[in-house]
Write a protein that binds this ligand. Sequence first.
Ligand code: HEC
Length: 481
Amino acid sequence: MQNAKLASAIDMEVGPDGRFYILEYGKGWFTKNPDAGLSRIDYLPGNRPPKVSNLEVNKLNGNLPFSFTASVTATDPEKDNLTYVWTVGDVKKETKEPRLQYTITKPGSNKINVQVLDDKKAFSTSNTVEVYAGNAQPMVNINLQGNRSFYFPGKPVSYQVKVTDEGAKVDMKNLHITSDFIQGRDMASASQGHQIISATIQGKNIMMNSDCKACHSITEKSIGPSYTDVAKKYKPDTRAHEYLTAKIIKGGSGVWGGNVMPAHLTMPESDVRQVVTWIMSLADAENAKPSLPAIGKIVPAPDEQKKRQNVFRLLATYTDNGGQGGISPLAGSGSIYLRNNVMDVSDFQQVEGFAKKDSAGASYLVLPANQGWIKGEQLDLNGISRIELAGFSATRPGAYQVEVRSGKPNGTLLGQAVMNLAGNRQRATASVPIQKNGQGSGSDQLQDIYVVVKPQQPAGRALLKTISFIPDNNSKAELSK
Ligand code: HEC
């Protein structure tokens, strides 16, 4: 089983049937892991079926005619010749290559998978990928004016959201823009908005394709209650999903007044569940808030009580009206993330030569005895005139050379200064002016920034707490306009 990938296996038992059962917790902690699962391991004597990798499809949606290439990698333990039988919706195609080029001419969603057979007809089937023919996913871009890495508390961020939807007219009513603050460490893994359709958006799509909208709106009461009111009413109820799914299927009246909701007996229960997931997501205040305008200015105001949630996020989602022949609407989203210009040392993931020190709930870096650096990944120094380091002296006085470099620890020098430490545990700062014409700075390029610290006169365990990116006066003036 050297090739079996497990997502945090936590238990294994031999069942009464003599087979192995493995329980996987999934990669995340304390979340509903999609990769959690219970698997059975069968022992197969004699000829073994081929192994199939994940099915990849180069395009997941598009207008008609819709052409795509699907591919897998398959290997056979006995090195047999392999045959590939592809399923695209109702159509089957056989190939000798692990690849299929195909064009769909009818609108609709199609499930694709491939069965790989060896000479003895032993086979494995790939995962299934769903493609949407007849509708292209809208593209959402957020353009920012000014610095693309940082926000400066009190200064407005100017943004503009652009939507393009191939083959369709863009209706800005279907654009929803929200802003919030998230914890810094989540940023690296935060999706940059290219996931096709989230489970909740899929639920909304299903709702928009059924009769629901005749009687329900998201925020206003109509013949039936608004979805937001439904979400609020059932938020504390742990059985809400079950109850609402059953109610939508069976219909009824009396909870919100005398009007009757008709039954939806032909709607697949899995679809109803997804709609309910979407409805319940409206209880989350952010999702129910009215949209911000497509062009606007926001002054980021992080919550002082939630210090770790200091990354400003602007999220725009556009859901189109669906394609020809009743094909589901598709959503596209774009997002931007801006950090507070005062970065805590714990926000830097890549540090060398500094020791970490945690004290009274705060994190520090101990200034290096030899040389050390702190890397800020892919930062925009546009409009930044100075980088300020702040921390505390140890008991002894000392001095450190601070250099800001681009790309690598010995890359182009963008600025340098000396950090003087007075001793007696006093506050200590260094202000490193960034040369306007330094390579990388002043241009639009994001760059890896290294803050390199070398002792001139080492001062014991002196501590660093924050690194701040200070805007120049010009951009301040421009921003406060
Ligand atoms: C003909 C109008 C009509 C249609 C179509 C309709 N509803 Fe309703 N819906 C209502 C009414 C009226 C109520 C209030 C029923 C009550 O008071 O018990 C309601 C209630 C609900 C509730 C809250 C149930 C409760 O007991 O609190 C949900 C959730 C809901 N509808 C979802 C949907 C979804 C999803 C669809 C589409 C699949 C849909 N409705 C289609 C009229 C409609």
